[in-house]
Design a protein around this ligand. Structure first.
Ligand code: SF4
Ligand code: SF4
Ligand code: SF4
Length: 368
């Protein structure tokens, strides 16, 4: 194995040890992807970063390098979406970026057909391995119009509330829809639709991946998402760091979940839809609104398949007979998201470790 090939092997292992993972495939497509994104020097430098933010001086000291030479390399890599950067005042700190959600999304403005082709080979494999954990990276919350006034809904499940809590909001293009469109597939749903908050918003803005917007514009984007039939998927924590607005045809998460017979078991959602058969006139609107093929038209009324329903509420707001209602799942099926996203990562890492122990005895994941 050549020296350069070896550094990509090491990087693949390094990324797989981070909580959200980078599973290896029998075809090795993941190494091809890393070669398209990182030079051998960048791959080597990425190996020395963890999820702990550090100054160039700290990284240089730890790795025996010259801090003056290292600082511009770290900055350039963070600008190219290969590692993450936060700023304390004017002082930058660098840390590893996970692959998904992370490095892949940071390449929304740098997509090439060969990379898209490799990613479309890789992502189904990735989600097969990672997506079916008890704690997903994103949860599903209902659109506002699907929540009735009598329902008590937690603040982290109310999209409006999440927006009104934010000081810095950025909107970025949707990489899933963009990559599908670039290869002649995909849909005509809104492109500018990924909302990113706080530190992530600063990173996206500095890297030219999106633009800052007001709370008012963010609320308009949510309304447009609701009209367009997009599922709201915020980060799976009570302190929300982003909201994705997703379609079942392009979103790599929903698309892969949709292939399963029981997607409801793999999403973090506290709701499900139910239909009042007496009020239903079989108009079929709910069937076309549902991104998960969770509604079927029976002889007398439409009916929701509970194992497919992810509680997004898209069918509720457009039923002309007001025959559909969102209901809270029973206590034992509800989930409370971790307080902070770091806790989410810890849970994901623990679940992956437990799964690997069962499969092949691996215990080498890092949670920080
Ligand atoms: S997860 Fe959803 S919003 Fe985010 S990039 Fe994919 S489809 Fe777009
Ligand atoms: S949208 Fe309402 S009326 Fe139309 S099929 Fe669905 S439940 Fe029935
Ligand atoms: S039936 Fe479909 S559209 Fe309605 S809440 Fe369930 S997943 Fe969403």
């Amino acid at each position: 194995m050549g020296e350069n090939q070896n550094v990509y092997e090491l990087l693949a292992t390094h990324l797989d040890r981070l909580p959200s993972g980078f599973p290896r495939t029998p075809t090795g497509v993941e190494l091809r992807i890393l070669q398209r994104l990182f030079t051998p020097q960048e791959a080597s430098l990425a190996l020395s970063l963890s999820l702990r933010p550090e100054t160039p001086e700290q990284i240089a000291k730890r790795t025996g390098q010259n801090p003056e030479a290292l600082a511009p390399q770290l900055e350039a890599m963070s600008r190219r979406g290969l590692i993450f950067r936060i700023r304390k005042g004017d002082e930058p700190r660098y840390m590893a970026a996970q692959f998904v959600i992370g490095i892949w999304e940071y390449h929304v403005n740098d997509l090439r057909p060969e990379l898209i082709q490799d990613m479309n080979e890789y992502l189904p494999y990735f989600f097969e391995k990672i997506n079916r954990l008890k704690t997903p990276q994103l949860r599903t919350i209902p659109i506002s119009k699907a929540i009735s006034v009598e329902q008590a809904v937690m603040p982290y499940e109310q999209a409006h509330h999440i927006i009104l809590e934010q000081e810095k909001i950025l909107v970025a293009p949707c990489i899933c829809r963009r990559e599908h469109q670039m290869v002649g597939e995909g849909c005509d749903k809104p492109m500018e639709s990924c909302l990113v908050f706080g530190t992530g918003a600063e990173y996206y803005e500095e890297n030219g991946l999106g633009r800052f917007i007001s709370q008012g514009e963010a609320l308009n984007i949510l309304e447009n998402a609701e009209r367009s039939g997009l599922v709201l998927q915020p980060s799976n924590a009570q302190k929300v760091i982003n909201i994705c607005t997703c379609c079942g045809c392009c979103c790599q998460i929903l698309k892969n979940l949709k292939k399963l017979p029981d997607p409801a078991h793999y999403v973090a959602s506290n709701y499900f839809a139910s239909i009042d058969a007496d009020a239903c006139t079989l108009c079929g609107t709910c069937v076309s609104r549902c991104q998960m093929d969770a509604v079927e038209l029976l002889e007398k009324a439409a009916s929701v398949l509970p194992e497919r329903c992810i509680g997004c509420g898209l069918c509720v707001s457009t039923c002309p007979e007001e025959a559909i209602h969102l209901r809270l799942k029973p206590d034992e099926e509800r989930t409370t998201p971790p307080a902070h996203f770091l806790e989410t990562y810890k849970r994901i890492a623990k679940e992956r470790i437990a799964r690997m122990r069962q499969a092949d005895g691996r215990t080498d994941l890092k949670t920080h």
